[in-house]
Design a protein around this ligand. Structure first.
Ligand code: CIR
Length: 259
């Protein structure tokens, strides 16, 4: 029986724009198909709603090809929102366009200042503890600023060294109940040994970016072993097709801000 410890009530998403075909990509597995991306985004929204979330849907902004990946723009804690400063230059303008929406829900808003950079896909929340991947997008200065802010509001932040993945949560997710889904380099991270680890094979590493929402886990389509693994740990799963977002390194968590 799963013990529900955290409960999200809302999510913010942004519609993909036609410019998604120009999104940053680390591999050349093809450009996203815009119409398919729209359909998959609709299904994603339905899955969030099925998990009980009120979904705030922002319009596409063609100026920012990656702006559907709203997760990277802010860290939302129960009492305070922290606007990030993306390490990818083409994404820095995404902060200004999300700030107003966040101000609708938070009185207390902090910001990460240059030369600090951080993208919240690099931050995994475990209750009051936040693990921050030092990736190509998140530098030490950005992580330290975030840790200072978290400590001021009575929470903790821990930097995590990493080399292989785009973001920390590209290879990791927390399913509450002291349970992690883990792939590749994070399997040996000392800080994660305190958790029960569901180990994802290298072939299915993309599915380590599964997404716990209330008592369900969203799992990307096409990763049957990871789905079975998560179910064997007692979770109910919902499969969502993210093939078009995957082409530009996006996954389930990147597509929303949950709070
Ligand atoms: C990027 O490279 O920034 C986007 N194409 C993908 C961002 C994925 N976001 C995430 O993992 N949190």
């Amino acid at each position: 029986m799963i013990d529900i410890k955290a409960k999200f009530t809302k999510a913010i998403v942004r519609m993909p724009g036609k410019s998604i075909v120009e999104g940053l990509a680390s591999t050349s597995i093809g450009k996203p198909d815009y119409d398919k991306a729209l359909e998959q985004h609709q299904e994603y929204i339905k899955a969030l709603q099925y998990c009980g979330l009120e979904v705030i849907i922002l319009p596409a902004d063609e100026r920012y090809p990656d702006s559907t990946f709203v997760e990277d723009t802010a860290l939302l804690t129960p009492d305070c929102a922290i606007l990030t400063n993306p390490g990818a230059k083409s994404r820095t303008g995404e902060i200004a366009i999300i700030a107003e929406t966040i101000a609708d829900f938070y009185d207390s808003i902090e910001t990460i200042e240059p030369p600090g950079t951080i993208e919240a896909g690099d931050i995994m929340m475990v209750g009051n503890d936040f693990y921050i991947g030092l990736s190509e997008r998140t530098n030490k200065e950005g992580a330290n600023q975030m840790i200072d802010i978290l400590q001021r509001i009575g929470m903790n932040g821990f930097p995590i060294a990493m080399n292989e993945m785009l973001h920390l949560k590209s290879g990791l997710s927390y399913l509450e109940n002291n349970c992690l889904v883990v792939a590749k380099e994070f399997l040996n991270e000392p800080r994660f040994q305190q958790f029960k680890q569901l180990e994802v094979s290298s072939e299915e590493a993309y599915a380590a970016n599964s997404l716990w929402i209330n008592d369900r886990v969203l799992v990307p389509k096409g990763f049957p072993n990871t789905k079975a693994l998560i179910e064997s740990a007692g979770y109910k799963t919902i499969v969502v097709d993210t093939s078009e977002f995957r082409k530009i390194d996006g996954g389930l968590s990147c597509l929303s801000l949950r709070f």
